[in-house]
Design a protein around this ligand. Structure first.
Ligand code: DX5
Ligand code: ZN
Length: 226
C-alpha cells in the first residue's frame, strides 16, 4: 500500500531532557528516527539557567549525521556562530528579544554556513517578527517562556503560529515554522493544524522510558487526518 507522508513535518527532540551522563547513547538511539536534534544553549543571562555549550556539541558530532539545530538562548550569540559551526552545528536560532533587528545576525549565520532561525518568546507579538520572516530559514515560536524544559504548553501562542503560517503561504515562502516548548502527544496535532511543521519535544521524548516509541507516537499523531 502506498502511504503518502508529508516530509515537511519534522520531529526535533531536545537533548535538554536527556540523561547527560549518557548523552551519546541517548542521541545515537533516537538519531535514526528524527529529523533534527534540538540543542538548547543557555547562558545564564538571557535566561535564568545554564545548559551546555560548544564542547558538548563537538563531542556529539561524531555520534550521528543528523542535523544539529542550536537554539541560542543567550546574549551575543553571533560571537559564537563560527565556533558553533566548527563544532558541528547546522543551524542556529537567535532571539528577536536579543536582536530587535536581526538582519546582521542572519548575514553572520549564513557567512558561517549556518541556516538562520529567529525565535520569539510568548509575549512577543506577531507584528514584531513579521518584518523579518523573509530573512529566516525558520521561525521558532516559543510555546513556553525559555529557560527550562518540562513546562506547560502556552495555548495562546498557536495564534502566532497561524499568523506566521498565513504570512509564509501568502508570500510563497518555504520558511519552516518550529514550535518549541511543552509539545507532546496531547497537543502536537493542534500545533500542526495551526501551521507549525517542526516540532521540538524534550520531556515528551527523552523524559520517557522509551524515547523511540515516544517519537513514533508523535509521528502517528501528525499522520492523523486533519
Ligand atoms: C526551553 C527550551 C525548549 C525545551 C523543550 O527553554 O528552549 O527547547 O528544551 O522542552 P520540553 O519539550 O520539555 O518543553
Ligand atoms: Zn529550545
Amino acid at each position: 500500500m502506498l502511504c503518502r507522508v508529508d516530509t515537511t513535518l519534522q520531529i526535533a527532540p531536545s537533548i535538554l531532557a536527556a540523561d547527560f551522563s549518557r548523552l551519546g547513547e541517548e542521541v545515537s538511539a533516537v538519531a535514526p528516527h528524527i529529523d533534527l536534534l534540538h540543542v538548547d544553549v543557555m547562558d545564564g543571562h538571557f535566561v535564568p539557567n545554564i545548559s551546555l555549550g560548544i564542547p558538548v556539541i563537538a563531542s556529539l558530532r561524531p555520534v550521528t549525521d543528523v542535523k544539529f539545530d542550536c537554539h541560542l538562548m543567550m546574549l551575543n550569540p553571533d560571537f559564537y556562530f563560527e565556533p558553533l559551526r566548527s563544532a558541528g552545528a547546522d543551524s542556529v536560532s537567535v532571539h528577536l528579544e536579543v536582536f530587535p533587528n536581526p538582519t546582521d545576525a542572519a548575514r553572520g549565520a549564513r557567512a558561517s554556513d549556518l541556516d538562520f532561525g529567529l525565535a520569539v518568546n510568548p509575549p512577543t507579538p506577531f507584528d514584531a517578527v513579521e518584518p523579518y520572516i523573509e530573512l529566516c530559514d525558520m521561525v521558532v515560536v516559543m510555546s513556553v517562556n525559555p529557560g527550562f524544559g518540562g513546562q506547560s504548553f502556552i495555548e495562546a501562542t498557536l495564534k502566532k503560529v497561524e499568523l506566521i503560517r498565513n504570512f509564509v503561504e501568502s508570500h510563497g515562502l518555504l520558511t519552516d515554522i518550529q514550535v518549541d516548548g511543552g509539545i507532546g502527544a496531547a497537543n502536537i496535532r493542534r500545533a500542526r493544524d495551526a501551521g507549525a511543521n517542526v516540532f521540538v519535544a524534550g520531556s515528551s521524548v527523552f523524559g520517557t522510558a522509551d524515547p523511540v516509541q515516544a517519537i513514533e507516537e508523535l509521528r502517528g499523531k501528525l499522520r492523523e487526518a486533519q
